[in-house]
Design a protein around this ligand. Structure first.
Ligand code: HEM
Length: 212
């Protein structure tokens, strides 16, 4: 009971911490979709498909970021299973659009950090897409243990984009941007192409193995 309360409080706090990034993302995305951005890196009127992909992904990405903590709150899940299912479906659809948006943008335009970032973000997109689909597939088949395992993997991927910004924020506070530059070619930047999701996924696998 005590651990349930602290878990709920931790997830509620996380939702609050995620909120500013979700709002930033939805604001960025909708301004881009309305062609109302002073942003030469993203907005290129000649590349409508890349624009549509990246700005839509920001809006749907915000939906995932906002909703994902609530899926893990046990008491909410038990009291309102219908809500859990419907918001789960919505998150899975949003995750599919988000991942595909990023995956379409990468070959069309390429990321700001060049091929290492293309690679890191493309792998992130594929893993996010796979985890979202597996979570829903196992839920539909009532394979609860597998559903929970995939949901946990998906959770860490879903907050990965926010973690990426948290890593940068903390690193810049601590080191003033050591091994990082505007072209994203510093040692820290290169590590971050994978460090915002891979270590967390490894930790999840170790946790699941111990639990089994
Ligand atoms: C999980 C929710 C996600 C949110 C809220 C989100 C949000 C954002 C935002 C706001 C940007 C603009 C960068 C900036 O802050 O200036 C961005 C860029 C980008 N995102 Fe996402 N994203 C998410 C997931 C993903 C996924 C799954 C992929 C996978 C392919 C992806 C690929 C990209 C790419 C390729 C860029 C452009 C990088 C660049 O060249 O600057 N994102 N995202």
């Amino acid at each position: 009971m005590k651990s349930q309360i602290s878990q709920t409080a931790a997830l509620g706090l996380l939702a609050l911490l995620l909120l500013p990034f979700a709002l930033y993302s939805v604001d960025f995305g909708q301004a881009g979709l309305r062609n109302d951005l002073d942003e030469p890196h993203y907005l290129r009127s000649t590349q409508w498909a890349a624009n549509l992909a990246i700005f839509t992904h920001m809006v749907t990405g915000a939906v995932i970021t906002l909703l994902i903590p609530f899926q893990l709150i046990g008491p909410l899940r038990r009291r309102a299973p219908g809500l859990h299912r419907w918001s789960g479906r919505l998150i899975a659809i949003a995750a599919t659009i988000t991942a595909l948006g990023g995956l379409i943008y990468i070959p069309l335009r390429g990321t700001i950090g060049g091929w290492p970032m293309d690679l890191g973000f493309a792998l992130y997109g594929l893993l996010t897409l796979g985890a979202a689909l597996q979570t829903v597939r196992h839920a539909k088949a009532k394979r609860i243990a597998q559903h929970q395992a995939w949901a946990l993997r998906f959770f860490w991927l879903a907050i990965g984009s926010w973690l990426y910004r948290v890593h940068y924020g903390l690193w810049y506070l601590a080191t003033d941007g050591l091994w990082s530059n505007a072209e994203f070619t510093g040692a820290f930047d290169l590590a971050q192409n994978f460090a915002f999701y891979l270590p967390y996924l490894i930790a999840v696998e170790l946790y699941l193995r111990r639990k089994r």
